[in-house]
Write a protein that binds this ligand. Structure first.
Ligand code: DX5
Ligand code: ZN
Length: 217
């Protein structure tokens, strides 16, 4: 079954806990938590204290943390301590990818690896064994509400095929420009089983209805 991970980057920050509660009550499988450092990406978002607060408010939630930061190794233990369940970082951002994956796993979290639109799928092939999530970017990371780049579909296909060839079953997630009526079904058809959606969920008039539409895919 396809899982939905609403990205709180598009939530109403004045009522962040209530927005997270609304998507989980409507059937969302996890909460996608986008961390930006103004260096790996040009934008800043939120970080450890916000995750700590959400973890306290939502003790049963699964937090899918997406680190868009340079040198993620410096922060993985603090994000695990703040309540992350899965920590995803970028293959373009880390100096020692295998050590970062091992560190995340040793903290009891799932390890995820992401790749930007210009990065080929093959860049992830050496690391697939240790991953519980692969996060394919459908947009240049840094901002919600951008148009989906169709080149992501070929990368989802290539990564799913390589995982199957090797008997691996990580979640394959797609992030950026995912819309219920158009790009989401294409991503699922290509082999994605987790859909990250920010503006399509939190900017919808009825957040619960938007979640239920995605979950009907
Ligand atoms: C982009 C973030 C995404 C973003 C997606 O840098 O990683 O998670 O919130 O937003 P939408 O779904 O609006 O493209
Ligand atoms: Zn994200």
């Amino acid at each position: 079954m396809t899982k939905l991970s609403p990205s709180v980057l598009s939530a109403d920050f004045a009522k962040l806990g209530a927005d997270c509660r609304a998507v989980l009550d409507a059937g969302a499988d996890m909460i996608h938590f986008d961390v930006m450092d103004g260096h790996f990406v040009d934008n800043l978002s939120f970080g450890l204290p916000v995750l700590e607060g959400l973890r306290k408010a939502l003790p049963e939630a699964y937090f899918d943390v997406h680190l868009m930061i340079t040198d993620p190794m410096r922060y993985v233990s603090r994000f695990a301590g703040a309540g992350a369940n899965c920590i995803t970082f970028h293959v373009e951002a880390a100096s020692d990818i295998s050590a970062t994956i091992a560190a995340i796993r040793s903290l009891g979290c799932g390890a995820g690896l992401s790749l930007n639109p210009p990065t080929p799928a093959e860049a992830l092939f050496p690391y697939l064994d240790g991953l519980s999530m692969i996060l394919v970017m459908g947009v240049t990371p840094g901002h919600g509400g951008q148009a989906f780049q169709p080149s992501a579909l070929e990368k989802i296909r290539a990564l799913r095929a390589e995982c199957e060839r090797r008997g691996l079953h990580p979640d394959i997630s797609v992030d950026g420009g995912v819309k219920y009526a158009t790009t989401a079904p294409q991503c699922v058809e290509a082999g994605a089983n987790v859909l990250v959606a920010g503006s399509a969920v939190f900017c919808a008039g009825d957040i619960g209805a938007a979640v239920r539409e995605f979950k009907s895919l």
